[in-house]
Design a protein around this ligand. Structure first.
Ligand code: PRP
Ligand code: MG
Length: 229
């Protein structure tokens, strides 16, 4: 059976978890209801109540890639993911991505955290070279360069909290939401780098080819964005 969709199909790339949960009300505002629960189903292509709209489930960091290469017409991902993707491609425009909306969902922040017994301020003041473990190398590189702090970046893909605990790094750059993960691992936030929320990402070529249906979805999302808090 072929999974190549008919030309009029609209494919939306989402990741499981907070983004999926928090986009549901915006999808509802656009008249779209996802018919299967990704936490229960093993399916990666989820049907919706609208025969021409389907959802593909991808890793959060793969959302811009799916949209860029046309595997999806549009997607939702965090500003953190977009910055890291853009750094690889020399900007959103170069990668053919159109970013029409900050959806104001899945809010969190990117911060620097260290062990509670590590004197970060003193290390910075002394001009020490810091070992920083992170998945967000572009954000971390730019941030420490702007502060004039020399860093050796260690690229990780998850569980960054372990790096300072095992002595592999002095600090981490990671997402903080409730702060519970830091607390549970005896780490503390020492700098807030930026606030994060999720954005709508659209393939520019798809926008031209499927202008009317994509515009309808973009406009419905725009009118249903939660009020800034
Ligand atoms: C994220 C982030 C932190 C945690 C922050 O990890 O990397 O570890 O959530 O949330 P909190 O402040 O509410 O505790 P996540 O579990 O999403 O996955 P990861 O393995 O990709 O780091
Ligand atoms: Mg984590």
């Amino acid at each position: 059976m072929s999974h190549t969709p008919p030309a009029a199909t609209i494919t939306l790339a989402l990741s499981k978890g907070r983004i999926f949960d928090e986009i549901m009300p915006l999808l509802a505002a656009a008249g779209i209801e996802v018919l299967e629960d990704p936490e229960k189903s093993r399916k990666l292509i989820l049907p919706t109540n609208r025969p021409e709209v389907r959802v593909v489930l991808v890793r959060a960091s793969d959302v811009p890639t799916y949209v860029q290469y046309g595997g999806a017409d549009m997607g939702v991902c965090g500003k953190d993911t977009l910055i890291e993707h853009s750094a690889e491609w020399g900007g959103a425009a170069r990668s053919g991505l159109y970013l029409p909306l900050d959806l104001q969902i899945a809010k969190c922040r990117v911060s620097v955290a260290v062990r509670t017994d590590f004197d970060y301020a003193q290390a910075v003041k002394k001009g020490s070279r810091l070992k920083v473990a992170t998945k967000y190398t572009a954000i971390a590189r730019e941030f420490f360069a702007s502060k004039g702090v020399h860093v050796d970046l260690i690229k990780l893909y998850g569980s960054m909290e372990l790096a300072p605990l095992t002595g592999m790094a002095d600090a981490i750059v990671d997402l903080v939401s409730t702060g519970n993960t830091l607390k549970a691992n005896h780490l503390m936030e020492v700098e807030r780098i930026m606030d994060i929320s999720s954005h709508l990402v659209v393939n520019q070529a798809a926008l031209k080819l499927k202008m009317a249906p994509l515009r309808r979805i973009i406009d419905a999302f725009a009118s249903a964005i939660p009020a800034a808090s």
